[in-house]
Design a protein around this ligand. Sequence first.
Ligand SMILES: N[C@@H](CCC(=O)N[C@@H](CS)C(=O)NCC(=O)O)C(=O)O
Length: 310
Amino acid sequence: MTALILHHYPTSPFAEKARLMLGFKGLAWQSVNIPPMMPKPDLMPLTGGYRKTPVLQIGADVYCDTALIARQLDKVQPQPALLPPAQEAVVAIFAAWVDSVVFQHAVSFVFQPESAALRFSRFTPEQRDAFLADRARLFSGGSASRLPIEVARHQWPSIIGRVERQLHAGGEFLFGEATYADFALAHCLWFLKATPVTSGLVDSYPSVAGWLQRVLAIGHGTPTELSGSEALAIAKAAQPAALPEIDFVDPSGFKAGDAVTVSAVDYGVDPVAGELVYCDQEEIVVRREEELAGTVHVHFPRLGFAIKAQ
Ligand SMILES: N[C@@H](CCC(=O)N[C@@H](CS)C(=O)NCC(=O)O)C(=O)O
């Protein structure tokens, strides 16, 4: 099996979701530490402009967005399943809701002034301003907007209370065995646990706190360090994996060979330009040529991403 390479940084919640999914599968992987804000010079040649964290690389194939990374990990190693076939819809729908709605609440709590002051305490004023300017650019042009803290506070008891009651009623994990849904919720709550200002939003709910401990105890598998330039060299030396032959007809009429751009809809909407080489119900793949990375296939989920003709 070609090595799994995760491009990420330690404080990223979505990266924590990916690390836990790798741990759940008991996988060995290579860890490339990327900058938490732009520029990301070793990552852009791989993704063609997609800037969010994390990104999974397997040779000359690059997987954007944790929703697709989960599906790819199930292909790489089917057991234990992140998306068990008999629970696929409920697990994927719950996780998609968590990744947008619950994550938005967590961001609002984490960046409220008292919590932001703690998080930025090790930043110089220049670093803090650069970070805030980067995040303003990340959110420009997309459909997502910052949830006001008053709304987050008002709604949190319903969100977390439902989970508390479900876990209290029984079950070590959300849907029986651990699934992708557990890792989606865990990364948002892990984010809240990072400072004492926000940790009570989790710890005042004992069944949730106990469940989070169980999920985080799954760990990260076995990472080894790799540099960004080594990851680029691995892509350049590899060929993208063969794509399946299927009969899928894209509902918008896009076909293999079309020159397209693909971009996230919510935030981080930077378009990735390339030749559409494959799409199915879940996935869109574009081929790109880059001097530093060679020929790369960049994979996106269909849900939450738009295809446009170039
Ligand atoms: N839908 C994406 C969301 C990823 C995301 O929002 N990641 C954050 C970090 S947790 C990010 O990209 N922040 C800006 C950056 O890292 O440059 C996924 O599931 O991977």
